[in-house]
Design a binder for this molecule. Sequence first.
Ligand code: HEM
Length: 516
Amino acid sequence: IAPLVGKLSKLGPPGELAAALLTRVAGAGAARGGPEIPQAVGSINAVVGQAFFVPLYDLFLTYGGIFRLNFGPKSFLIVSDPAIAKHILRENSKAYSKGILAEILEFVMGTGLIPADGEIWRVRRRAIVPALHQKYVTAMIGLFGEASDRLCEKLDKAAVDGEDVEMESLFSRLTLDVIGKAVFNYDFDSLSYDNGIVEAVYVTLREAEMRSTSPIPTWEIPIWKDISPRQKKVNEALKLINSTLDELIAICKRLVEQEDLQFHEEYMNEQDPSILHFLLASGDDVSSKQLRDDLMTMLIAGHETSAAVLTWTFYLLSKYPKVMAKLQDEVDSVLGDGLPTIEDVKKLKYTTRVINESLRLYPQPPVLIRRSLEDDMLGGYPIGRGEDIFISVWNLHHCPKHWDDAEVFNPERWPLDGPNPNEINQNFSYLPFGGGPRKCVGDMFATFETVVATAMLVKRFDFQMAPGAPPVDMTTGATIHTTEGLKMTVTRRTRAPVIPNLEMKIISDSQEPTLS
Ligand code: HEM
């Protein structure tokens, strides 16, 4: 097919379109002699104009755990069945690539770990996973605390000044500051300043999101891609990020050469515990484009996802004051005045359930993308090579047959003394970090990061939707964003002084544990 795609592209249609036209021919199911996958009809209008995964939910209720959606000349299989998801992600994962996702993200991630397939992915996964060892993740807890503390200072000022705050952009800055330090020891300090590099990261991210939701790949159109002001801006942003990465790699290389630490399994430089430092010390090739691609991939993977989790968690908490009260009870009893430690984080069991449940209702990303590399059977239906597949994590996580009161934010659905929910113990009905060999490498990191930030914020402040705040609707990029931000009123929590030795109940508006 590839030469044909090339020829068609030269005649006019962008490569992706040409590929889609041809894979439609290659992927016809009935020709394989099996039953035909249900085909959703009359759905295109419903899909346009809103977060695309939302109408897929109604189609799932109508057509079931696997159906075909035709979108112009393109055709997608939408999977919402846990057994089929498990088959694609784990049991037969070798038969699937990242497909469209790799094509869309190529400009920014190259062959980084998220889009990479085959041998490149295998080699890089083996190099990167060891960098996120236990000791590293534990060391990161201090970093999460420091960054969250900076955010608390900012919120404190807003609370004193009586100004409402837009939490989505603040969470985005918090997680950018964290991931910059964690991946390549760079302090974006975006909570304090808007410098050129922060702007460049946002230009790049917005481009990646635009490309993942745009029906027409204008960035592939010859000539246009060279003269479009938008593309020029993106290219300049990428240049700046790349030159900054080059500098950071050079600095880190010098540090590695000067230190006399022996490389071992839990190797970590206390002054610079970053993933880059680990990779260079382990012998990674400094000059390789692959190293830059992987750093860039982790920057993006670990930034927007965690920011989105925090945004939707705080939105949910504002809607469920009882959950907030219980959360604040736990945080008050666990956290002292200093920054949280790993022991504290382990005790924050309800806080962790709040994050688990937020990730169920708002999975980031809401769909996983794959392309079949060979013929296969999905849910009893034969499929051909070249099928583009969306695994709807959103549908799996909202399925009314699987979840009691699926739409209710109920952290209690997982007992505190039970295991942390994951794709294995929930048999692929719950997969916030994916599953199988391509599962997220940052799951522990991200869980601790969001737990620490949530705990520190609710310890010091109460959060309510700001009066007159715009409605909180969803839109999609790579993760779920709000359409108009999350405008909140933040107030310092007033806590009654604890008077020892009194048998009366202490009454406070902050649900302080009572002495009785
Ligand atoms: C992959 C979610 C944070 C690095 C994934 C996948 C999911 C996910 C669902 C699987 C994608 C697929 O199968 O197509 C999340 C969420 C996060 C988060 C919800 C935050 C709450 C992070 C962080 C890092 C990271 C902090 C880095 C430090 C990666 C990488 C992959 C990945 C490198 C690709 C793994 C591979 O293909 O081998 N993530 N992630 N993620 N994530 Fe995360």
